[in-house]
Design a binder for this molecule. Structure first.
Ligand code: GLY
Ligand code: MN
Ligand code: MN
Length: 473
């Protein structure tokens, strides 16, 4: 947890943004895994945690934009809870840790909200993403559960995006801790990626590294030699020489800040010349687009820089043809790079996305493209100092997409389908880093993770040893 002043200041900044009604922030409930008493690892709602700091269930926080009051609703534990969970600080003490003086029993929340509604006050809340929360908020506001999300407060959404998209030095330090742990996860995967090993052995080991540093992983580990499937969560393949292993994985710190890193490793640790050719293009796309990051430029420009680097590189290999700028303008590169360059990152690995992708990634000035490929870019708007984002270009040979485009006669002037057919067994390559936008450019966050061909080969040749990232606990 951060010092209480941090949470008080965040709430004050939110009060500066809205001037009427009250905001309701609900702590997440426990979520059942396979029966009610067997729950998933508890994950607090990121917005509740941002403003109220307490990463436990059973709380609701209120901010009154007219009176300025802040109230924490929650219950002290009773002897039954103490038997199972051990002694817990009182709600008063917990509230004090995050700078709040007024507390109330959780059961009083309902009458508090009812009174506010009867007085005609606006109850601002953020769109919930769990069914149980839709039901809970619906009960408080007398709305059917399926209407809760669409009635969320646009002014609160915009205010929360405005505050949370700019990361403070404290937050950046937390994200760097998460990247440092990801360094250990990824270098370990490089050393383990030998022929004969099952993907699951590597996936389980790197998830274990996250957990051993306080974890959990920030999203389910993506790890597969079938890297042409962008988010491949199945890990059943046995590694064979000649394949490339895509590893997209990160962790969360105990304050809930994430990392999100991708590296692609040749099984056995040595790139073939064909693998190296494609890898060098993705690496150049990653580095060219990172080098262009600075405030006041649209991130869509960086996406297009990566797209042009990919088209140029594939043209040099004879897989694409024609004018590179025309190919990218037509969207032909998206046959190989069918996703966006990156997204915001913070307490959620796709930070703030739950508030609406367009509210965080786009604005009045920058509207989302409708073109296949660029349409999937999650962050397109102008960058500001303090943004933390990912840069994650890739080249994929997706047989079904190649067949579809070819059958439909798409991009015949830009794609050399005869040659592309020869790459249908290649898989995919993605390289992803976490970047801070600074006053005059950018900074790649955390301990540098091997990325060039030489660095990856050198790391893959090393013996695996158990290491611990200092300064995490
Ligand atoms: N880890 C999912 C992504 O890179 O967006
Ligand atoms: Mn990722
Ligand atoms: Mn990502």
């Amino acid at each position: 947890m951060f010092p209480k002043e941090v949470y008080a200041e965040r709430r004050q900044k939110l009060k500066n943004e809205l001037n009427s009604g009250i905001a309701l922030f609900m702590a997440n409930h426990e979520a059942a895994f396979n029966y009610p008493a067997n729950t998933y690892h508890y994950r607090q709602d990121s917005h509740f945690s941002y403003f109220f700091g307490l990463n436990h269930p059973g709380f609701a926080g209120i901010i009154d934009f007219e009176s300025g009051k802040e109230i924490l609703f929650g219950d002290d534990v009773e002897i039954d809870d103490i038997i199972w969970m051990g002694p817990q600080p009182s709600v008063k003490d917990q509230a004090e840790q995050v700078g709040i003086t007024e507390t109330n029993a959780f059961a009083k929340l309902e009458s508090y909200i009812k009174k506010a509604r009867e007085a005609g006050r606006s109850i601002h809340y953020l769109p919930p993403y769990r069914g149980a929360m839709m039901i809970a908020i619906g009960r408080l506001l007398n709305l059917p559960a399926h209407e809760v999300k669409s009635n969320a407060s646009l002014s609160l959404i915009k205010a929360v995006v405005k505050l949370k998209e700019i990361k403070s030095a404290l937050e950046i330090a937390e994200i760097e801790k998460a990247v440092d742990i990801a360094w250990l996860m990824h270098t370990t995967a490089m050393k383990m990626a030998k022929p004969g090993i099952i993907e699951q052995e590597i996936a389980g080991t790197i998830e274990g590294i996250a957990l051993a540093h306080g974890g959990p992983v920030s999203f389910p580990v993506i790890l597969s030699v079938d890297g042409q499937t962008l988010h491949n969560h199945s890990h059943h393949n046995r590694l064979e020489a000649g394949r490339m292993l895509v590893v997209d994985a990160g962790t969360e710190t105990q304050t809930l800040y994430s990392s999100d890193i991708t590296r692609t490793i040749p099984v056995g640790g040595k790139f073939s010349s064909r693998q190296k050719e494609i890898y060098e293009i993705v690496l150049k796309a990653n580095m060219d687009s990172i080098a262009a990051i600075r405030p006041d430029v649209e991130y869509r420009e960086m996406h297009l820089i990566a797209a042009r680097t990919i088209a140029e590189g594939l043209k040099n290999l004879g897989l694409m043809k024609g004018d590179v700028n025309d190919a990218v303008a037509a969207g032909a590169h998206a046959l190989f790079f069918p996703h966006g360059l990156g997204h915001m990152m913070g307490m959620d690995v796709h930070d703030l996305e739950g508030l609406g992708e367009n509210h965080v990634g786009y604005d009045e000035e920058t509207k989302r493209s409708s073109q296949f490929g660029t349409a999937y870019l999650r962050l397109g708007k102008k960058l500001k100092p303090g943004f933390v984002l990912t840069d994650e270009p890739g080249i994929y040979f997706i047989p079904a997409l190649i067949d579809k485009f070819r059958t439909e006669g798409l991009f015949k002037d830009f794609v050399n389908y005869e040659k592309v057919e020869q790459y249908k067994d290649f898989g995919g390559i993605r390289i992803e880093d976490d970047i801070l936008v600074t006053e005059d450019g950018y900074r790649i966050l955390g301990k540098p993770i091997p990325k060039t061909v030489d660095e990856v080969e050198e790391t893959a040749a090393q013996q695996r040893e158990w290491l611990k990232i200092p300064g995490v606990f």
